[in-house]
Design a protein around this ligand. Structure first.
Ligand SMILES: NCc1[nH]cc(CCC(=O)O)c1CC(=O)O
Length: 312
């Protein structure tokens, strides 16, 4: 028997994602008589300690990931489940993504006071989001909205919707689905209105590259279609040099039901105020290629200037 230590942030969402993944692994071990048990070890990350500051201002990539990666490297834990969206572009030497499970709903959604859909929100409605990507796209859709920063974990933000008098807040549907709070969602935003963040709705299971035994188990949770889509999206992000808080969106989906078949990738770069939105897409069977084709098309239309402005 080997006890596998699973590191997790202590937010409700992180613990839920961790426990749901462990549940899948336990079922797998039971079905196939594999000799593993799993134990959660909570870890506090820098991102958790600076919740009051707008994250885009703090800068630095991987605020939610660094301490966890240190614990992986020094053997305190054996694996960790991250939101793909929060993963830095490069992993430290010695660590790998052992599996990318099947993606949850990638879309953004609104939760509004009184459950009013977007179209019925009043002129000048106050909308809470700290994501430059969401702010830019929503502002382009409804220039009258007043978009204001809102920080904290999902549970905190839902509370602030009421307490701080927002008319609506924007969140990733995936987080609400995983928490079992689907019924709080007022409306899903189609990717035409709000292109999701790179990797949104997907998880990354990280472990040591030397842990062959665990890698064998994790491989069974990998979902080919999700892994390929994320590969395309992250390639685009890498070529645009984006961190987690730049107005970049990307979403890849299969063109047919064949998980190894062609994908369509859509990419977006926006000015923070939403006055300029660039959208490009590419399709094909090679994730890395459609990622770089889309990035090149965006750069060719001036995405570099928009990104430089956003970083100032
Ligand atoms: N930025 C924080 C974050 N990181 C991952 C999720 C949950 C959704 C996901 O797994 O993509 C969220 C919350 C949100 O964006 O509303």
């Amino acid at each position: 028997m080997r006890n596998i230590m699973v590191g997790s942030r202590q937010s409700a969402l992180a613990l839920t994602q961790t426990n749901q993944t462990i549940q899948l692994l336990k079922e797998l071990c039971e079905r196939e008589n594999l000799p593993y048990t799993f134990e959660v070890k909570p870890i506090v990350t820098r991102g958790d300690r600076i919740l009051d500051v707008t994250l885009s201002k703090v800068g630095g990539k991987g605020l939610f990931v660094k301490e966890i990666e240190e614990a992986l490297l020094n053997g305190e834990i054996d694996m960790a489940i991250h939101s793909m969206k929060d993963m830095p572009f490069e992993l430290p030497e010695g660590l790998v993504i052992g599996a990318i499970p099947r993606r949850e709903d990638p879309r953004d959604c609104i939760v509004s006071r009184g459950n009013k859909p977007l179209a019925e929100l009043p002129q000048g409605a106050r909308i809470g989001t700290s994501s430059l990507r969401r702010a830019a796209q929503l502002q382009a859709y409804r220039p009258d909205f007043r978009i204001e920063s809102i920080r904290g974990n999902i549970d905190t933000r839902l509370r602030k919707l009421e307490d701080e008098g927002f008319d609506a807040i924007l969140l990733a549907a995936a987080g609400l689905h995983r928490m079992g709070w689907k019924d709080r969602i007022t409306e899903y935003l189609s990717p035409e209105i709000c292109l999701p963040a790179v990797g949104q709705g997907a998880l990354a299971i990280e472990c040591r590259g030397s842990d062959r035994e665990l890698l064998d188990v994790l491989d069974r949770l990998n979902d080919t279609a999700t892994a390929r889509a994320v590969e395309a999206e992250r390639r685009l992000l890498g070529l645009l040099n984006g961190g987690c808080q730049v107005p970049i969106g990307a979403y890849a989906r299969l063109e047919t039901e064949d998980p190894a078949g062609a994908l369509v990738l859509e990419g977006l770069v926006a000015s923070p105020d939403g006055s300029r939105l660039l959208r490009e897409s590419a399709s094909g069977g090679e994730p890395l290629k459609i990622g770089s084709d889309t990035a090149e098309a965006l750069l060719g239309r001036g995405a570099g200037d928009l990104l430089a402005e956003a970083r100032e």
